[in-house]
Design a protein around this ligand. Structure first.
Ligand SMILES: [Mg+2]
Length: 303
């Protein structure tokens, strides 16, 4: 149990305040502390894992709590950490200022122990829920790999990144051969299982951290391969094709193989102002179409 404790960071210039909060929270959480905003920033940037929640004092020498809160909320890396102000500033104006700085809650000193505990717990639960729904919204419910929405988002993101670094971006579009016939012959449940297996094979074979395998729609899948040239992308596509064949999922209605097979189209571009992500998709799609025309269960590359 202990190693799964969530972490809290208490930031307060008075050691006695830190001590009190630590006593209150240490049985449920791992509690870290910093006695200034500067030390807190150092601690956050040097630790491997971000705190799950921050309890923040307002009046501190140097950078004060409001300013630190704004800083953390403006930083992509730390902006989703909930921040609760714990302060002796008790006017409505102070509290409004706290919320405007991006805090999720505001507790005044002297505080009641059960209330601090309850608020910390509530905000950690809300954070976990947000993260859960964020993950769900990116997943395809049938196959568990990324969905179309996440694909679209990631393609734009990687497009910009590759354009900035002047690196190649490759895209594989692929499709299960004779999938409609598979469904008609084996039934929709078997069809779903087939898509799940194919998805996991594609996912396993696009394994670098920046690679992304997605269900593009129906029986169509897509793989984004950043910093990958045409030769590298062809290799990945061929690996996916042969691994799906090697799985030997029977397909009695296929005219190209006794087993389920994929047709794949590969396209590579160095992103610039002159081309668009839509054109990359269209050219990978055209290569996929060519793979279908040229006999299926094969990889073709866009020219
Ligand atoms: Mg203080």
């Amino acid at each position: 149990m202990t190693e799964h404790k969530l972490t809290l960071l208490v930031i307060d210039d008075e050691a006695s305040n830190i001590k009190v909060l630590r006593e209150v929270l240490k049985s449920d959480y791992k509690v870290y502390a910093a006695t200034s905003a500067e030390k807190a920033l150092q601690l956050i940037s040097s630790s491997e894992k971000l705190p799950d929640l921050i309890l923040l004092d307002i009046i501190m020498p140097g950078i004060d709590g409001y300013e630190l809160c704004k800083k953390l909320k403006a930083d992509q890396q730390t902006k989703s950490i909930p921040i609760i102000f714990i302060t002796s500033k008790t006017t409505e104006q102070d509290e409004i200022k706290g919320f405007e700085a991006g805090a999720v809650d505001y507790v005044t000193k002297p505080f009641s122990t059960p209330i601090v505990k309850a608020r910390v717990k509530t905000h950690l639960e809300l954070k976990a829920m947000r993260e859960h729904f964020e993950k769900l919204s990116m997943r395809d419910s049938l196959t568990g790999i990324s969905n179309r929405m996440h694909f679209d988002h990631k393609l734009i993101q990687e497009w910009k990144r590759m354009q900035r670094d002047n690196l190649p971006l490759s895209l594989i579009m692929c499709d299960v051969d004779f999938f409609k016939k598979y469904n008609d012959h084996y039934g929709h449940q078997a069809g779903d299982r087939c898509l799940q297996r194919v998805a996991s094979i594609i996912d396993i074979n696009s394994k670098r951290p920046a690679d992304l395998a997605a269900r593009y729609g129906g029986e169509e899948f897509a793989v984004i391969l950043p910093d990958t040239n045409a030769v590298g992308a062809l290799e990945v596509a061929e690996k996916i094709r042969s691994e799906v064949q090697r799985y030997e999922i029977p397909h009695a209605e296929s005219t190209v193989s006794p087993f389920v097979s994929l047709s794949l189209g590969v396209s590579t571009v160095i992103p610039s102002q002159e081309v668009t992500p839509e054109e990359l998709i269209a050219s990978a799609d055209a290569a996929l179409y060519k793979a279908k025309e040229n006999g299926r269960n094969r990889v073709e590359i866009a020219i």
